[in-house]
Design a protein around this ligand. Sequence first.
Ligand SMILES: C[S@@+](CC[C@H](N)C(=O)[O-])C[C@H]1O[C@@H](n2cnc3c(N)ncnc32)[C@H](O)[C@@H]1O
Length: 466
Amino acid sequence: MTKTIRMPGGKPQSAREVAMSVLHNVETRGAYSGLELNQTLQAAGLSRPDAALATELAYGTIQRLNTIDYALQSRVKGWPNKIEPWVRALLRMSYYQLRWLTRVPAHAVVDEAVTIAKKRGHAGIGGLVNGVLRAVLREGFAAPLPRDLPAAKRISLEHSHPLWLVERWIAEFGEAAAERMCAANNEPPHLSARINPLRTTRERLLAEMADAGFEAVPSPLTREGIVAIRAGNLVHTDWYKQGFLTIQDESSMLVASVADPRPGMKVLDCCAAPGGKTTHLVEKMRDEGSVTANDVHPHKEALIRQQAERLGLESVRTTTGDALELAGKLDPESFDVVLLDAPCSGLGVIRRKPEIKWNKSAADIAALSELQSRLLERVQSLVKPGGTLVYSTCTIAAEENEETVRGFLRRHPEFALDPGGWPEETLEPIRAKGLLAEPFAGMLQLLPDAFGSDGFFIARLRKQSG
Ligand SMILES: C[S@@+](CC[C@H](N)C(=O)[O-])C[C@H]1O[C@@H](n2cnc3c(N)ncnc32)[C@H](O)[C@@H]1O
């Protein structure tokens, strides 16, 4: 049984206590930052500005962890392992504020950190926190990095990514691209949304948003996407509630475009929850035909249903089960389009879930690659002759992407990559930026620095007809 480490001093009450509690639980219990933050914020009942501050502190500190720890290790004896987890969280968060959140006066940061330390610990911890933070202010944030540091180590410390990941990305994409990716992962994610063409048009929605004082622009990457510059949380708007839009990353929107289903088709989405791509497929089919949306987790079925209902879509049928077993339950060779949006290491969505970079390992990538190959192997038999199989992940690791697809193609010569079947509207903006290798092979790895969207991999395969 794993021992639960609790933060002392009871329920978090202020923005900084909420952030500290989230950091503590993400580190000690392997909690997901997003879920943990939502739950802790709900329990604390903070004002909107305080909730925004707590969010920024929690995400920012997780994002910059390597850089923060590098600076603190020379100032705190036994850092990090000999320091209690909640004190570690408090010092890291306070350092983050002093260095990157300059709108908060430094004395306020130190005073509040000391108050929290005394309240949750004792005067001795208050003294330690006070001493460390005042030394940081007096002596500067960190000593410059040694000049002869190898590139991977330098990038890992400057942009706060684990060394093993930087080394992989340098080997795969080169030093400059790896550094751009790591820097992009520390930028705030775009808030983007997909319009529901069965309810509105992009032009109409953007005009309505402008009239209501929202600032949003067309996505350069997809005709159905908008990027909100200043719009608050779109989930609270009538446009969302009435099914005019879906919150979705722009890269994620490309997947249904590449699958390119037509009205009347029979489509299978093997790993579908929470339904972002399922509902997009149905919208593309003008709600004519049938889309079977499957997921392994029974509690997620309702999420897909809720989204379909909100968007007014009727041709979705949900099922629960392991995609490895779908072939035994559904008619063989019966789907025009099969989408496998596979479980993956998520290295393309580090901006949204920064703990991913600290929690994942090379061993996870190897295990996921094996699962993804098995999933492809099992669902391929459901594709009609002449039909389409789309494989996608939100990660950046050749073993989970190109290599999985190439291995599959070696075992299944009846499938081939389908570069010609990609809609021009999907390729056009990527080609215009010079990011499409020519000749285009039918697989695409989008990196997070290219458009500021998530890192995504998409492959479109066609099964021989007859
Ligand atoms: C990348 S997410 C899918 C996102 C979804 N396609 C969307 O756009 O909203 C992967 C999903 O696969 C599901 N999953 C994981 N292993 C699975 C399996 N063996 N069979 C079916 N679903 C699985 C997870 O529950 C998760 O919801």
